[in-house]
Design a protein around this ligand. Sequence first.
Ligand code: ZN
Length: 144
Amino acid sequence: MDGCVFCKIANGSSPSHKIFEDKNTIAFLDIFPCAIGHTLVITKKHYKNMEDVPPQELAEAIKTVQLVGKACMKALGAPGFNVHQSNNKPAGQVVFHLHFHVVPRFENDGVSFKWQVSEKAKEQIPLVKEKMMKVLWKIFNKNQ
Ligand SMILES: [Zn+2]
């Protein structure tokens, strides 16, 4: 897609610190890392986010995420890692090309993805369960 920075990285017209590539995915180091080894995994094809990526290509991206996670533990000695992914602006998505952040984690590294329990959300669990299950089964059955 024209003007998409991740498409440019995927097609090689923009430089990147690429560390892995297979048929449909690429992994490269984030140039704005929040931790040592912070890596981005993208699909080579342009998909805005989880809403429109075909499940097969999503599965391939997740396999690459797993591979990068294992590699950052072995190569960097990270005892853990986070996987972070955002869909649309309210969720914090900035680049509108599907991507996963793989963030190696170390004890007391100062990186934080903490959130607080929402009492309002807690109260709505039964209602949300009902709403979500109706839609989930519709989507699931449509995809069969
Ligand atoms: Zn793109």
